[in-house]
Design a protein. Sequence first.
Length: 316
Amino acid sequence: MTRLPLTALLLALPLWVSACNGEPAPGLHGYVEGDFIRIAPEQPGLIISTSAQEGEPVETGAELLRQDATAEVAALAAASARIDAATARYDDALAGARDPEIEAARDQLRQALAAQNDAAQALDRNQSLFTDGHISQARLDTARAAADTADARVDEMRERLNIVRLPARADQLRALQADIAGAEAERDAALYRLDLRTVSAPSGGRIHRQLRFVGEQAGPTAPVFEILPTGAVHALLFIPEPQLARLPVGTRLAVRCDNCPAGMRVTIATIADEAEFTPPILYSDSERARLVFRAEARFDGAAPPPGTPLFFEPLP
C-alpha cells in the first residue's frame, strides 16, 4: 500500500490570484490534501471479483477483491491429503501389528511347541535305546540336536509374538510424527497463500478510485483501489518567510473556502525546515519569487474534500 499526495489533483486556483492589480491577497493560501493509500495484492494474479465501487464508504476488514486461487486450493487439498496419510501411518505404527498378524504368530508358536514335544519324545526313546545298546552314540546325538533345535524354535516364536504385539520403536514414531508436522506446515503455507488471494480494507474510509477491474492482472506493483482513510485529510499551507516567526507550530487559523461552513479552524502541526519558492499553483506575477515554508495543519472538525482551495487568516 503506497501513500499518495494529492498535489497532482489540483487545478488552477483562481481564489489565490489577486484581482486586477496583481497584488497578493492578504492571508495565507493552501489547499486540502488527502493521504491516500493504494490497495494491491501481495501476490500477482487475475482479479475474479471486486466488492467496492468508487465513492463508496468501506469499513476496516471489508473485502475489496478476490484473485484466482485455483493453484492455492489444489495445494491445500494436497497438503490435507498428506496429513491424513501421515497420520494413518503413525496410528498404525503406534497400535502395533493387526489381529491377523498376531494370530499368525500364535499359530507359528503352536507349531513350534508341537515340534518341540515331538523332538523331546524322540530324544527320550533314543536315550532308552542307547542305554540298551540298540543305537549308536551318533544317533543319540542327532536326536539330542533335534530337540535343542526345537527348543530354540519355540523361543524364537515366543519372541516374535511379543514383538508383533508391541508398537513401533520410538525413533520410528518420531520419524512419522515429523512427517505429520511437515504436512501440517505445508497446509498452513497453502492456507496463507490462499488467504492472500482475498484482499480486505486495511482501514475504514472511502473508495476514491478503482485502478484495475475484473479480468485484469493485479499484484504488488499493480494496485486495484485507491482509498482515502477516515481522517486522513489535512490542510497544506505556505507561510511567507516574514510571517514565519508569528506562526509557530500550534497556531490556530481561521479558514475560508467556497462552500465551506463558517467558523472552520485549523491548527498548524508541522512546518518545513527549509524554505522554497511559492508553488506554481499559488503564485501571481508579484509573488512568484517569494520564499515560503510549507506547513501542514489539522482541521479542528470536519474537513472539506481533498483538492479544495483554502484561504487562511490568523485568529484575532
